[in-house]
Design a protein around this ligand. Structure first.
Ligand code: HEM
Ligand code: HEM
Length: 176
């Protein structure tokens, strides 16, 4: 498949939708009440899990779109920047998948039944398992923090291109 030179509208919509959903997801994650033994998930947790599953579905669709609509790196980039940006982008896809899947596993091992935005019951990946739930809780936090670090590197790089290098990299992901 010949790579295109620009991101199409679908790729841009997926990109900014994930950015908006992640902002919301971190805010809910940190603001919702801490969990404790035997608790029933409240509205904060129901929204966190529902948005999380939405992010998982969108990142899978986005990944399929990316694989079927490859985009070449900006032609003016030196080889080290092509390589490092490619590595960071693929790591971001993997980390979003890891964060959502560890969260879903954690909720499943707690034995919760959760509805998707109060509309219909969400399928769970496993049954009640206290030891597994404790182990996977740590992994969800590692994944969420590692994702945040890579997002930080990615955003700094994007702004470095816009402000320091003043090339067209930032433009590639903006509307138009
Ligand atoms: C990329 C998507 C996600 C992000 C960025 C994210 C982020 C977070 C954050 C920031 C917290 C608070 C943890 C802390 O206090 O350090 C949290 C907790 C939690 N998340 Fe997520 N989450 C995501 C997806 C999911 C999904 C899909 C589920 C379940 C289906 C989920 C289930 C949970 C649960 C059960 C907790 C409470 C347990 C804990 O404190 O670790 N998360 N998440
Ligand atoms: C203010 C926040 C952000 C800005 C300004 C930004 C900017 C950009 C730009 C300019 C590109 C194109 C880079 C290129 O063509 O080489 C890009 C690509 C990308 N961004 Fe972001 N981004 C932001 C947030 C995020 C977040 C939160 C994620 C988390 C998943 C993310 C994931 C990606 C991925 C995976 C690509 C590569 C797309 C592909 O080739 O499939 N970005 N971003």
């Amino acid at each position: 498949m010949t790579p295109r030179l620009r991101y199409d509208t679908t790729a841009k919509v997926f990109h900014w939708l994930i950015v908006a959903l992640l902002l919301m997801q971190y805010a809910i994650g940190w603001l919702m009440p801490d969990i404790h033994r035997g608790m029933t998930p409240g509205a904060g947790m129901i929204f966190h899990i529902s948005f999380g599953i939405t992010i998982l579905v969108i990142i899978v669709l986005r990944l399929v779109w990316r694989l079927t609509h490859p985009v070449a790196p900006e032609s003016t980039l030196p080889p080290w920047q092509r390589l490092s940006s490619g590595l960071v982008h693929w790591t971001l896809y993997i980390l979003v998948l890891a964060t959502t899947l560890t969260g879903w596993l954690f909720a499943s091992f707690r034995g919760w039944s959760i509805s998707f935005f109060y509309l219909f019951p969400l399928p769970m990946l496993a049954s009640d398992n206290a030891a597994a739930s404790k182990a996977i809780d740590g992994l969800h936090q590692v994944a969420e923090w590692t994702l945040l670090v890579f997002v930080g590197v990615h955003v700094l790089a994007a702004f470095a291109h816009a402000v320091v290098y003043r090339d067209r990299v930032m433009q590639r992901m903006l509307p138009g």
